[in-house]
Design a binder for this molecule. Sequence first.
Ligand code: ADP
Length: 538
Amino acid sequence: MYPGQRSSDKGAPALSVNAPRGPSDWRLGLTDIDQTPWATFSRYAVAILSVVAALFASKASVEYLNIEPYVSLFLCAIMFAAWFGGLGPGLVSTALAGLAFEYFVASPMNSFEIDAHQIPRLSLFVITALFVNWIAAAQRKATRSLELSRRDLLAGLERQKRTEARLMRSEMYLAEAQRLSQTGSFGWTVTTGDISWSEQTYRIFECDPATTPTLEFVLQRMHPEDREFVQQILEQASRDGVDFDHEARLVMPGGAVKYIRALAHAVKDGPDGLEFIGAVTDLTAAKQAEAALNDAHADLAHATRVITLGELTSSIAHEVNQPLAAIMSNGEACLRWLDRGAAGLEQARRSVEWIVKDVSRAADVIGRVRALARKTDSERSLFDVNEVVNEARMLMRRELSSKQITLRTELATDPLIVRADRVQLQQVVINLVMNGIEAMQPVTDRPRELLIRSQRSFDADQAILIMADCGVGFSDEHAERLFTAFFTTKSTGLGLGLSICRSIVEAHGGKLSACRNAGPGATFQFTLPLHEDVGRAQ
Ligand code: ADP
């Protein structure tokens, strides 16, 4: 039994049109059984028996009571035969009763000879018998048609009851489906302003089902930031009679925010003019799950960034150490120039300027490392992709030289401006360079060279960054799994770098792909949409 189904619906005994409806049906011979040969035979048999019974009863009355009730008993027998069996059996009983009357009652008795004087008597009997027969048969016919009408009525009522039950059941299914899918339906007649909602729509809007929904109420429930745009959509839809489909936020009386999607189809030839039939889906749970997934993803990306930074510690320390050493020697030189008095002032000043430059170089490195290590929300800004390449190169300089890798850059001469999260993009470049470095580590028979090239796409709407190494490369079998999370061929690898890089690039509207080089090694490349104004201006 489905939820909400009433027990009375379950297996309700259905009246069958063919089933006998009561004892009167048997007596009246109105069931379908009376159409069978056996029923026909029994009707005629009853007609004959009723005349025979009337004859015996009359003879017994003559014998024991000294009265002659032939006529009345024969008429009773005819009436019974016609009532029970209809016109045919009634006529048979009339014929039999007429013969019995002629034989036993009309003189000469116990003979079929017809005395001329008895003809009127016999005729009167036959006419009366026929009349009784006709009345009984007519009454039977009327009763029968009455019964048939009653049966039709009952069948109609039964059909209606079944249709109502089906309708009620499908309404319940619909309500249950709406509740499960968090989707309510609505109708909106633009000319009259009438709005009708399903139960679930009332539930989504947290509105008392006894109230009549209005457009004002709908707009009042909208989040203040979405109200105007929803109003514009509804105005345009009602003006132009076009379908609409939009997402918006609702603010509930308690302050809770719900995310909904409303879509509707315009029916222009409705009885009341333009009408919209649509559905409202509560997306709150889906949005919350999406936000949780994004958070988890951001946490994972942050964790892998920190791991990569850990791997780069010695390079970073070296990058900071270099300016510190320079600061130290410039400071000492400055002191020496100052000892010389006024003559050394100019050189002392130059030493201080170098100190300032080195301090800013060290601060730059520390700032970049802090930005990579910090966990911040994604923040997009406009910048040149080439700058990111140079920043990554600076952080990885030591790593590259310690592994005897030459980094060659062929960067586009004009800036490739993109709107992106700078830190995330640095993470992608550093990850790809680190993978290239690791892939080239086993190489001993050729120079280890990593090429980074930036360029504009053929139709000038994408920035392309290509990283080609001459390392061990990857097999065809592995090619399909490179970007799958946790796929790694390294003993200490996590297998998360490439999958995170791909999701970062895709979140920016770009694509990350890998291919094997014609010679040794692999090439990774990603695209990013160029910022429109700059992209077109170039
Ligand atoms: P991890 O570096 O932790 O293994 P990644 O997702 O960064 O995780 O890389 C997954 C796998 O892809 C690596 O284990 C390696 O097999 C392959 N791979 C990545 N970059 C390269 C490359 N430049 N050359 C050859 N194989 C690579």
